[in-house]
Design a binder for this molecule. Structure first.
Ligand SMILES: [Zn+2]
Length: 225
């Protein structure tokens, strides 16, 4: 896949762009699809934990398969948030600073690698109407498919997330009381969000990735009505 470099994740109406979003030494592979029809701005991130392969594979495939004729509004997909954790096969953490990216949101512009990554992703969250963070079991973790709903946000934010979670093909839905994590950080700033868990144990299967993609497509259909 060829990436051009950009300082902003955007696409003109009716266009799809695949780019490396650059900010100083940081780079995020991002696909932006600006649909032909109006609709909400939706952000998906995968690979905040770099070894949760099912979510990363699903994000990459969705970025390839979805286009401006299907998407209403704007869909932004971060294929892999924690590239160093992925390439060095590190459970949970970012290689450069040993921090768990999901525990440092909203991050800091002048912080360590994980904190600056969180800060960059926070800027994408703040430009979205709905945020989905795609996870799974980590290297040595099997996981029953489930969704976390931010329970500590304003009621209208939690209600929006709870409605959206109903369309997912999971039988466990958890109303979270946590305030940490990328999705809770977004919800506390007024962006409804979900965290989905599928797959685990450092592997992915065709069936799990397809199930993940069906969930995301169902969610997009719900949000874009
Ligand atoms: Zn995770």
């Amino acid at each position: 896949m060829n990436f051009h470099q950009t300082s902003r994740a955007e696409a003109a109406p009716g266009q799809k762009t695949i780019a490396l979003l650059r900010e100083r030494d940081l780079s995020l592979p991002v696909t932006t699809i600006h649909g032909n029809r109006p609709g909400p701005r939706v952000l998906l991130t995968a690979g905040i934990h770099g070894c949760e392969y099912c979510s990363i594979q699903a994000a990459i495939e969705l970025a390839s398969e979805l286009d401006q004729d299907v998407v209403a509004g704007r869909l932004t997909i971060v294929h892999l948030a924690n590239a160093s954790g992925f390439s060095e096969r590190l459970s949970e953490i970012v290689a450069e600073d040993g921090k768990n990216l999901n525990r440092v949101f909203p991050g800091r512009d002048d912080g360590s690698q994980a904190e600056r990554l969180a800060h960059l992703i926070t800027s994408l969250q703040d430009d979205a109407d709905f945020y989905v963070d795609m996870h799974g079991g980590d290297l040595h973790e099997s996981m029953h498919p489930l969704v976390f709903i931010p329970g500590v946000a304003e009621k209208r934010i939690t209600d929006r997330a709870r409605e959206a979670a109903k369309v997912l093909d999971v039988d466990v839905r958890v109303l979270s009381s946590a305030t940490t994590g990328a999705y809770n950080s977004a919800a506390l700033r007024g962006v409804p969000s979900l965290l989905i868990e599928r797959g685990g144990n450092g592997v992915w299967s065709r069936a799990e990735v397809d199930a993940y993609k069906r969930d995301i497509r169902a969610l997009l259909a719900h949000l874009q009505l």
